[in-house]
Ligand binder design. Sequence first.
Ligand code: ITT
Length: 197
Amino acid sequence: MKAVIATRNRGKLRELQKLLADFGLKILPLDQYPAIGPIEEDGSSFFENAMKKARIVAEKTGLIAIADDSGLEVDVLNGAPGIYSARYAGEKASDEENYRKLLAVMKDVPGWERGAQFRCVMVVYRPDGKWITTEGICRGRITSVPRGNRGFGYDPVFMPEGSTCTMAEMGQEEKNRISHRGKALKLLKERIRQILY
Ligand code: ITT
């Protein structure tokens, strides 16, 4: 059975392909469907955005679509940047511009108030309208300087709970084991039969 990953984010795609490897699905990236233009993320929650991406891609391809909407929620910023994580420093901001802005905003925040979490909401949507959703959270803290060059997004400034390195210093398998995306996918694995068969 084929499924399209409804993301244009290369970092996410890499992680999802690895995590979905043993689902028994043939995974197709979204760039095989150039006719599907950009999908505006105008929802007010991770769930609404993930649902919109999955539904549009499933309807346009006639295949099962898997979407991930995710972001970083910083305690002292009341959950910001949240659903705006990809464009925190501006509409076309790079990953580095986004995490540098976060470090600048938090420059006077002491260590004990630097708690944060990554959240990932996944939606699997069938072209006939049936869907399931799961969520994963990874708690940690924001470092004062970036470290590491693996992963993507805010990984260089996020140190997961119980770890002494940032997510950008971890190997992919280690990150997948503890990450918000890894946790959402683990739950999905338990439930995906409900929608595939
Ligand atoms: P798609 O909508 O095409 O999937 P996107 O990058 O726009 O790609 P989101 O709207 O879900 O995706 O925004 C996710 C942002 O949250 C992402 O760009 C990163 O800045 C951040 N993020 C999510 N997961 C992350 C992770 O595992 N490590 C670091 N940053 C992450």
